[in-house]
Design a protein around this ligand. Structure first.
Ligand SMILES: [Zn+2]
Ligand SMILES: [Zn+2]
Length: 165
């Protein structure tokens, strides 16, 4: 969970986790709170945008042969990050390559519910590619639906806001 310096809203949670995710690959910055907060504030002020990073993540997401969830190499199938029935869009921005086992396990569940509540894993361990695509889709959805200011106490609720489930 982010510190209290990050307001408990859907929009702030998305930007905070996005900030965390985009600094992850740069050596020395990983997990550094000061860097994360700096990136988060710049995303929030509009100085930098999610779109400055998403091309790289989308490119990585289109590589077959490695499961984005478990890292297993071999045959992969295309799987929706946000299933159609939860409002996920059609297209490559919503598709990742996963091994059959992970694809079957995730099915049409909400990504974060599946990862945290069904697999029992930590949100911090959700790999960059699915996390990045998911956060961007959530941000776009809430931009259109005016949901960014909705209260949110739990990162697992950022798709639908706290009232959602
Ligand atoms: Zn897998
Ligand atoms: Zn929920």
């Amino acid at each position: 969970m982010p510190s209290k310096a990050v307001p408990r809203t859907v929009g702030d949670f998305i930007l905070y986790y996005y900030a965390k995710l985009v600094i992850a690959p740069s050596a020395g910055e990983t997990g550094n709170y000061r860097f994360i907060m700096d990136r988060y504030k710049r995303l929030k002020s509009g100085e930098i945008q999610i779109s400055s990073y998403d091309r790289e993540i989308e490119k990585l997401a289109q590589q077959p042969g490695v499961c984005v969830f478990c890292g297993k190499q071999g045959k992969t199938v295309l799987t929706e990050v946000v299933p159609r029935k939860l409002g996920g869009p059609v297209g490559i921005h919503n598709l990742v390559h996963a091994c059959q086992r992970c694809a079957d396990s995730k099915g049409d569940k909400n990504l974060l519910d599946w990862w945290c509540n069904i697999l029992g894993r930590d949100i911090e361990d959700l790999p960059r590619i699915p996390a990045g695509l998911f956060l961007k889709l959530a941000y776009e959805k809430h931009c259109v639906g005016f949901g960014l200011r909705r209260r949110c106490e739990d990162i697992c609720h950022i798709w639908h806001g706290d009232q959602g489930s």
